[in-house]
Design a protein around this ligand. Structure first.
Ligand code: SF4
Length: 217
């Protein structure tokens, strides 16, 4: 499925409708497995639709927004409240392809702490508490992703990715937390390299996908 098709599907859904309803691949209450908030109970909302096209993407089924049901914001809020979650992670797909202002306002109205996981390829429309920026080589991020980033998480799947990670680290705020994470399928090869890199460059921390070790979503 090409990027043009994804964009077409997203545009075909009226802007107003998308503010009230979003294509949702899945939602679940679990433990955040990676990055700064690793170990915290979190309600995940995975919004469908992505045109970034990472070769190693582990949620390719999220790419086609049209393959997933639209869910109303009020329905999503009800699900979050049902489990008494106090922290919500909006992920994808690429969630910033959508205007998230209604969703984020509704969640904040329930005093839910909000984080977003994004490639930074689209402007954020909505208010969140934590912006996890994970740039991808396959599509350039927008400039203000760097100033918004609370957390920079770079996936390492090639030796040249360390240099690439540093090029992004130069552009984020000094308070931004820096993480290196190996691509899951290449963990055996790259984790030892990341460990050595972090020992020599301690401004970085290691992020591992602990949820996969715990066998939870
Ligand atoms: S940005 Fe995320 S969802 Fe989109 S292709 Fe890359 S890894 Fe997959």
């Amino acid at each position: 499925m090409g990027a043009f098709f994804v964009i077409f599907v997203v545009m075909a859904m009226s802007k107003e409708r998308l503010k009230e309803e979003l294509p949702i691949m899945e939602f679940f209450y679990t433990i955040q497995g990676e990055g700064y908030h690793s170990g915290r109970a979190a309600f995940f909302i995975r919004i469908a639709g992505c045109d970034v096209g990472c070769a190693w993407c582990d949620v390719k089924e999220s790419w086609d927004a049209g393959a997933h049901e639209l869910k109303s914001i009020s329905y999503l809020i009800e699900q979050v409240k049902n489990v008494n979650a106090s922290f919500c992670v909006i992920t994808g797909g690429e969630p910033c392809m959508y205007d998230l202002s209604t969703l984020t306002a509704a969640l904040k109205n329930e005093n839910i702490e909000l984080a977003i996981e994004t490639s930074g390829c689209y402007e954020l429309k909505g208010k969140i508490d934590w912006y996890c920026f994970s740039p991808k080589k396959f599509k350039k991020p927008v400039e203000n992703a760097y100033s918004l980033a609370d957390e920079l998480k770079v996936i390492i799947s090639h030796p040249s990715d360390f240099e690439w990670a540093e090029s992004h680290a130069k552009k984020v705020n000094s308070t931004c937390k820096l993480y290196l994470q190996t691509e899951w399928s290449k963990q055996e090869r790259f984790l030892p390299l990341i460990i050595e890199y972090v020992k020599n460059n301690p401004k970085w921390k290691i992020s591992t996908q602990t949820h996969k070790h715990m066998n939870i979503p």
